[in-house]
Design a protein around this ligand. Structure first.
Ligand SMILES: Cc1cc2nc3c(=O)[nH]c(=O)nc-3n(C[C@H](O)[C@H](O)[C@H](O)COP(=O)(O)OP(=O)(O)OC[C@H]3O[C@@H](n4cnc5c(N)ncnc54)[C@H](O)[C@@H]3O)c2cc1C
Length: 198
């Protein structure tokens, strides 16, 4: 009698687990993800700064696992795991399991300061990346019309509110990439500084 493995999440962890079970004998896998695509999160910065388009960093999970005869991919939001009945409960049904792997990723946090979110939104999904991109490009457009030299420092405006290790990385990426976006959208402006500031 085969075993049924339910994997929740098609991110790095869930996808790699599924790949490890591809065509494994006596094992059927159901991979559930709230979204139908695997997202390469490390390139979200580039989408947020208009260097890449969303389709360049996302791929349908089903297409990635198309060669796996024993894996079924379903787009469902998991809401509960009923341990006593060995059931994964989703927004559209239940899945019995012999083994369950929860690979749901993580959420951003503001250490009790949720009011910061509107100034420093999360960057874990394509929706968040395109929302940031909209704000960055709108800032460049506003800067184009701005008379004050101080306020013209759009790249610095973009950098505000990022802290910690992730923040430093993001500041580096965004400083560099906002230069490219600024150069592309406002080619005559030179106040954005050198390409690789250290
Ligand atoms: C902007 C950014 C840059 C990064 N840069 C780097 C880097 O340079 N190097 C590096 O090593 N790491 C980097 N990381 C970290 C790395 O991307 C994460 O550690 C990795 O994606 C985590 O993988 P995961 O599978 O645990 O979660 P995720 O990749 O987040 O996948 C979780 C999956 O679970 C799904 N899911 C969540 N909840 C549910 C639910 N209730 N029901 C169904 N599905 C659900 C989600 O839709 C998602 O597909 C970066 C992350 C970010 C956000």
């Amino acid at each position: 009698m085969g075993k049924h493995v339910v994997i929740v999440g098609g991110g790095f962890a869930g996808l790699n687990a599924a790949k490890g079970l591809v065509n494994a004998p006596e094992i059927d896998v159901t991979l559930l993800d709230a979204r139908n695509h695997h997202l390469f999160q490390p390139l979200l910065y580039q989408v947020a700064t208009a260097g890449l388009s969303p389709a360049e960093i996302a791929a349908p999970i089903r297409a990635i696992l198309t060669y796996a005869r024993n894996i079924r991919v379903l787009q469902e939001q998991v809401v509960d795991v009923d341990l006593s009945r060995r059931m994964v409960v989703s927004d559209s049904g239940e899945h019995s399991y012999d083994y369950v792997l929860l690979a749901c990723g993580s959420k951003h946090a503001y250490f009790g300061h949720d009011a910061w979110e509107m100034h420093a939104p999360g960057l874990k999904t394509l929706e968040q990346a395109t929302a940031i991109r909209r704000r960055v490009l709108t800032a460049f457009e506003e800067a184009e019309k701005e008379a004050s030299p101080e306020r013209k420092r759009v790249a610095d405006l973009c950098d505000r509110g990022w802290g910690g290790d992730g923040g430093r990385t993001r500041r580096g990426h965004r400083r560099d990439e906002s230069f490219h976006a600024g150069e592309r959208f406002s080619p005559h402006r030179s106040h954005l500084g050198p390409r690789h500031p250290r």
